[in-house]
Ligand binder design. Structure first.
Ligand code: FES
Ligand SMILES: [Fe+2]
Length: 342
């Protein structure tokens, strides 16, 4: 079965390593499966269905004791493999076979990842490597939309003049750019060159003159933006993992990386976090408007306006992202190079 038919065969990040402590479990939903995350006795992350087998209480409302998750209702405890290790009041409780089916879990790139047990092969999809030392911080959000809609939005440079007018770009101050699109081993990438001085507030604060920028999508759900200066050095990389929780609900975990420089990391975090909050809020508003518009048309006849997105020349990544998400790979892909007004 392909990873597209069985999405849990892929590694998905559900929290940062820092979010998952040793005492408090975390509740998450992945592709419609409610999960509880906790740290086992050896410090490794563990993931179980968030439902106690005894009376079906949510385990995530319990606590972690000696690396076991303890149910809040009658105190039954379960280890990382889903065995019952304690059933208070009963003298013989240790289950030989697991009572809960554990998922595989691991830690990589500062994140806690899970996938269905038994799957082997591909590694977690981490951020694209960059040279130099980076300052990092994380941003978390929930958005009511699909993975495809969020990935297209995040990597579509041509909405920024309207949705983020003045913050990222301005419609009245467009520049000629060369846009090249190429296939990646696990996705697709657009590269914009000759962008020069930027009109938006975020870019003016962060960058001098921009040499080139990149938008990438990689399976199963990483959308990445990268800005570089004229010497090819990284100014900013935002890696956003778009994690489907349940139908029409997305968990977003974004890593914001800047090149370590004169300004201290804490200062950049303090200054940039509110800016990203504004920009993310603007995207969230348009994405959720899109989702509710689907619902408004749910009972309309099929010929009442378009049902599939109409792609323009400037929709550089959208069609490939749809193909990757629907088919798990790029079909007949032709690399392209064109001049556009960004
Ligand atoms: S419901 Fe979990 S211990 Fe009873
Ligand atoms: Fe946006």
């Amino acid at each position: 079965m392909s990873p597209i038919d069985e999405p849990l065969a892929n590694w998905w990040p559900l929290a940062t390593s820092l979010q998952l402590g040793t005492r408090k479990p975390l509740a998450r939903v992945l592709h419609g499966r409610p999960l509880v995350l906790f740290r086992a006795a050896d410090g490794n992350p563990a993931a179980l269905p968030d439902r106690c087998p005894h009376r079906l209480a949510p385990l995530s409302q319990g606590c972690v004791r000696d690396g076991n998750i303890e149910c809040p209702y009658h105190g039954w405890r379960f280890d990382a493999a889903g065995h019952c290790t304690r059933a208070p009041g009963s003298l013989d409780c240790r289950s030989g076979t697991p009572l809960l089916q554990a998922l595989q879990s691991c830690e990589a790139h500062g994140l806690v990842w899970v996938r269905s047990a038994g799957d082997a092969g591909s590694a977690p999809c981490g951020p694209t490597r960059t040279a130099g030392t980076l300052d990092l911080f994380w941003v978390h959000d929930q958005v009511r939309c699909s993975l495809q809609e969020a990935a297209e939005n995040f990597l579509d440079a041509f909405h920024t003049h309207f949705v983020h007018a003045g913050w990222i770009r301005r419609d009245a101050q467009r520049q000629r750019v060369i846009a090249e699109v190429r296939a990646l081993e696990d996705g697709v990438e657009a590269r914009y060159s000759e962008e020069g001085k930027q009109a938006g507030l975020v870019s003016r604060l962060l960058e001098g003159s921009r040499g080139e920028s990149f938008g990438r999508f990689r399976l199963p759900g990483l959308a990445e933006i990268e800005y570089r200066d004229r010497a090819g050095r990284l100014n900013l990389q935002i890696s956003a993992w778009l994690v489907p929780a349940q139908h029409g609900q997305l968990q977003v975990i974004a890593r914001v990386a800047t090149r370590r420089g004169l300004l201290p990391g804490w200062f950049k975090r303090l200054a940039l976090r509110p800016l990203f909050g504004v920009v993310l809020g603007q995207d969230k508003q348009i994405l959720e408007a899109l989702s509710s518009n689907h619902a408004r048309f749910a009972d309309s006849p099929a010929d009442w306006g378009p049902t599939r997105p109409l792609d323009g020349r400037q929709d550089l990544l959208g069609p490939s992202i749809r193909q990757l998400l629907e088919q798990g790979r790029l079909g007949e892909f032709v690399a392209s190079r064109q001049e556009l007004e960004l």
